[in-house]
Design a protein around this ligand. Structure first.
Ligand SMILES: [Fe+2]
Length: 387
């Protein structure tokens, strides 16, 4: 036990603060994540692309979740946040409900044409990008479509109420006197698209591809009991400008899957009022409110009407490009510092479809029995003494 852990006085239960190591001081056996040289540099997660069978249902959820709708027709739905991005989400009408892929804004000095030669990218047709500009479409190793953009217009930020944080009374500092906290009961106004999390069966290959294509920096890497990396929280390389702890997260698992996307809101009161509004509207709550460990965000997770997970967050960590990558063991309990218990549905299911999928992966040798065992060992440990 370390000084960071806490032993209960009346039981043997211990709340543990997970250990973490800088990349230059890795313990023996922990392997660093390979980082191929960057082909270009992403400077923003611009928007996410969806295919939806019922656009009206998606539009209702987007409004209640705090997006601002800027285009709505029978064929396409476009939304923005209150920040400067002209678009954070696009849904096209189609025959299935699925996540199509992310679009990233690339730095001006990135050579988009080089992606056509090196990565088999294709130029996007004129007018395909909300907010204009040019871009290419390419496929990641799992076959998912990724757009890389340049020259999109910026939008005028929308007016927001003042955050409550500047007037937060603490034991040491009490700036709020003769005043109350009365934030409006309204959807949590989404300011920006923060990050997207993708699960993959081929973590190593996918992580190297995304680090190379987008020039990302791994902020936190989590490893299995054999020391092999299996999860990477990656941030944008913005040089000396602070960047969110993570903009893209890749996690090794049993399928190629959109996990969730996350949207920054004004403050904790917006997160809480937003939760009330979504509850009142009858949506399916998934997890929260709590604080994440890696990234430190205060979070609240919801499912859209088609079952896709969306996160509201506020108060996340920011790092400049020179901050060193940290490594820690992968555990289920390590995804939150405190707050509501993470639902078991966030772990791989132990049902027949999962078993069949695992058998297929083992047969194709994408997954080895050893790796499956290590994944189980990492995720099955009790997340908290009461779980
Ligand atoms: Fe998240």
């Amino acid at each position: 036990m370390t000084s960071k852990d806490y032993a209960m006085t009346k039981s043997k239960a211990i709340l543990r603060q997970p250990e973490s190591y800088r990349e230059s001081r890795l313990p023996p056996g922990v392997r660093p994540l390979r980082r191929p040289p960057a082909a270009g540099r992403a400077v923003e997660l611009a928007f996410l692309r969806w295919e939806k069978r019922e656009l009206a249902r998606t539009e209702r959820f987007w409004r209640d979740f705090g997006f601002h709708i800027v285009g709505s027709s029978t064929q396409i739905l476009v939304a923005r946040g209150a920040g400067t991005a002209p678009c954070i989400a696009v849904a096209e009408k189609g025959s299935t409900n699925r996540f199509l892929g992310p679009a990233f804004r690339m730095s001006d000095d990135t050579n988009l044409a080089s992606y056509v030669e090196r990565f088999g990218a294709a130029w996007l047709p004129f007018g395909a990008i909300p907010g204009g500009g040019k871009g290419v479409s390419l496929q990641d190793p799992s076959g998912r479509s990724i757009w890389l953009l340049q020259g999109q217009l910026r939008s005028e930020p929308m007016a927001l109420r003042a955050p409550t944080t500047a007037l937060t009374n603490t034991a040491q500092h009490a700036p709020r006197v003769n005043r109350t906290v009365r934030t409006p009961i309204e959807p949590a106004r989404v300011v920006k698209l923060g990050h997207v999390v993708l699960q993959t069966v081929n973590f190593q290959q996918m992580a190297e591809w995304y680090l190379q294509v987008l020039g990302l920096i791994p902020t936190d890497v989590q490893y299995l009991p054999d020391g092999s990396p299996n999860l990477a929280f990656c941030r944008l390389d913005l040089g000396n400008e602070p960047a969110d702890h993570h903009t893209l997260v890749l996690v090794g698992g049993l399928e190629e899957k959109y996990e969730h996307s996350a949207y920054e809101v004004i403050d904790l009161d917006a997160l809480g009022q937003g939760q009330q509004v979504l509850r009142a509207a009858g949506y399916s709550h998934l997890w929260g409110i709590g604080r994440h460990l890696l990234g430190s965000q205060l979070f609240d997770y919801w499912r859209d009407p088609d079952g896709f997970e969306h996160e509201h967050y506020t108060d996340g960590d920011l790092f400049t490009a020179d901050h060193e990558t940290e490594y820690s063991p992968l555990t289920f309990g390590g995804i939150w510092a405190w707050g509501a218990d993470a639902p078991a549905s966030m772990k791989p299911r132990k049902d027949l479809p999962t078993l069949l999928r695992v058998l297929r992966l083992l047969r194709r040798r994408v997954l080895t029995p050893q790796r499956l065992k290590l994944l189980g060992a990492a995720l099955d440990a009790p997340a908290r003494p009461w779980l």
